[in-house]
Every structure is written in C-alpha cells, then in structure tokens.
Design a protein around this ligand. Structure first.
Ligand code: ATP
Length: 293
C-alpha cells in the first residue's frame, strides 16, 4: 500500500513557482526523507499534504484517496514552529488539541507517559527538546498512520535530537509511515529508508541512501582539513568541495600519497586527513553543483 502518491504537483506563489511538478511515492511503513536546501519547496509540499494548502495542479493520494478531511485524520503533522500554547500546561495543551481533533482523552496520559513529559509544566517552561516532544505528542493524539515532520531537529541539541530520532524509529517499528523534511543530511542518512533530494521545486533523485551514494560513483572520499593550497592534484582526483577539502578517489591507498605530496608542495599545512564514504551532501553537490547549506 502506498502511504502517499504525488503526481506532477505544481504550486506557485504569485509568479514564483515553488513546486515545479513533484513526483513521489512513499510506501506504508517506511521513513521517507525530503532532503533539500532552504527554499527547495519542502515546506510547501508538506503544507499541501498536512495543512490543506491549495495547489495549482497535479494529484495527491493519501492511502489511495484524494486529500480530504478523511485523509487529514490519517496524518499527524509536526510543523517547524511549536503549536503549543505557552501559557497552558502540557496536559492542558494536549487536552485542547484532543478536543480539536476529537481524539480519545485517554491518549493524553498515554502520551505524557510515553514521552516522559512534565504534565503540569507550562509550555513556555519546557526545554527545546521537551517542546518538540509535546508537539509530537499533539500530532499523535488521533493515532495517525503517517507522521509528517518539518525540519524536526532544528534548534535541538544533540541529546534531544537523538531522543527524537529514537521516537521516530519506534513509530516506524509499529508499522507507521514517517515523512521528514530536512536540510540536514545526517538526519536523512541516519533515519530514512529512502530519500528524495529536492532542489528548486523539483525532485532530482530518489532512492535508498546507498543507491543515492552510488550516484557519486564507486570509490571513496578523502577529507582533508588545514591551511590548504589546492594545486597540482594528481589526474583523476575529483574535487567535491574545497572547504573542507573533499576529494573523490578510486583507491585511497594508491592515490593518497600523491594528493598529500601535491598539497604540501603547494605550501599547505595539513591538520587532518580522513577517508570516508561519500555523503548525501556529496550526492547533492554532484547533482546540483552546490552545497546543501
Ligand atoms: P525551508 O526549510 O527554509 O522552509 P523549504 O524547502 O521548506 O525551505 P519552502 O518554504 O517550501 O522551502 O519555500 C519554497 C520557496 O517558496 C521559497 O523560495 C520561498 O521563499 C517561497 N515561499 C514559501 N512560502 C511563500 C509564500 N507564502 N509566499 C511567497 N513565497 C513563498
């Protein structure tokens, strides 16, 4: 069963086309990431799916049905900004949204317990991580089959981010579908079964992380940091980015000595050399000629 099918979706704001014919299919039970830089159109796409934002043309099917109030109940949505009311407590916020979504009141305590939320604290007193969990709890009140999160780990510190990722994985283990929009490639790499790379309103590649990495070609990436002068690199070495310097090589054992020698001869001071697999950022750079940030 497809949790989501998007066909040739177009959306403009005035004369500006934010979505230029998006095509996507998300399977039920997978974590699917929309990865792209700010302004790529991720939020616009998500708002069409989750908020009923109008679009110009194309087709959107949620579990086989066109968008409607009925399909809205199948989706839980965590927007970028918190939707909790600052002056209400955690429990009051959940109560308010439970009434709004017509969700069973028993869910409130279940979710407070599941996320370890401080029930009687006001939303304004919560840490960033707790606030995100409260928003996640609000999105899960009506027990949706699909969870959509827009830039979920923005502004979270590392432990809060880890905890959020664990919650998302748990949700997936229950057989639910998760769609996350992110410009943060580590989030896509760590969480997603499949990734759609979005740029300037178009999907430019879709696949598992491994499939996408193969688009960069076979081989490894040499990552070098320091005061670098990049000159005279050996033939066949591809420059993926200059700062930090990331070089595409076929066989690091064979090519690394020549690379180091060329850099040192050019007057570089090398502090760190690592051999890595290509990242999704490298895939993005390869496809678009620019970085994700
Ligand atoms: P971000 O992560 O920064 O939200 P995004 O990939 O989600 O980026 P969108 O927010 O969908 O991108 O924006 C896509 C493009 O549409 C951007 O160029 C943005 O400036 C423009 N845009 C978004 N909302 C509106 C609006 N209400 N009116 C006019 N232009 C808009």
């Amino acid at each position: 069963m497809k949790a989501l099918v998007v066909r040739n979706l177009r959306k403009g704001y005035g004369n500006f086309l934010a979505l230029k014919g998006i095509n996507l299919e998300v399977e039920e039970g997978e974590v699917f990431a929309l990865l792209g830089p700010n302004g790529a159109g991720k939020t616009t796409l998500i708002r069409i799916l989750a908020e009923g934002l109008r679009y110009d043309s194309g087709e959107v099917l949620v579990f086989g049905k066109p968008l409607s109030k009925e399909t809205a109940r199948l989706i839980g949505y965590v927007p970028q900004e918190s939707i909790a009311y600052d002056i209400l407590t955690v429990r009051e916020n959940l109560g308010f949204y439970a009434d709004l979504y017509d969700a069973p009141r028993g869910r409130i305590d279940e979710l407070i317990e599941e996320f370890g939320l401080p029930a009687n604290k006001k939303a304004k007193e919560l840490s960033g991580g707790q606030r995100k969990k409260l928003n996640l709890a609000i999105a899960l009140l009506h027990e949706p089959r699909t969870l959509i999160l827009d830039e979920p780990s923005n502004g979270l510190d590392v432990p809060a981010r880890r905890e959020l990722w664990e919650i998302i994985r748990r949700f997936r283990r229950e057989g639910k579908t998760v769609i996350i929009a992110t410009h943060y490639m580590e989030e896509a790499e760590k969480l997603a079964d499949r990734v759609a790379i979005i740029n300037e309103g178009k999907v430019i590649a879709v696949g598992t992380v491994d499939e996408l990495k193969r688009l960069v070609g076979e081989g490894s990436v040499v990552h070098i940091e320091g005061e670098l002068r990049i000159e005279g690199l050996p033939e066949g070495v591809g420059v993926l980015s200059e700062n930090p310097l990331r070089l595409k090589v076929e066989d690091p054992r064979r090519e690394l000595p020549g690379i180091i020698e060329a850099l040192v001869r050019a007057g570089s001071e090398i502090r760190l050399v690592k051999v890595e697999e290509p990242t999704l950022e490298d895939v993005f750079v390869k496809l678009t000629g620019r970085g994700l940030e």
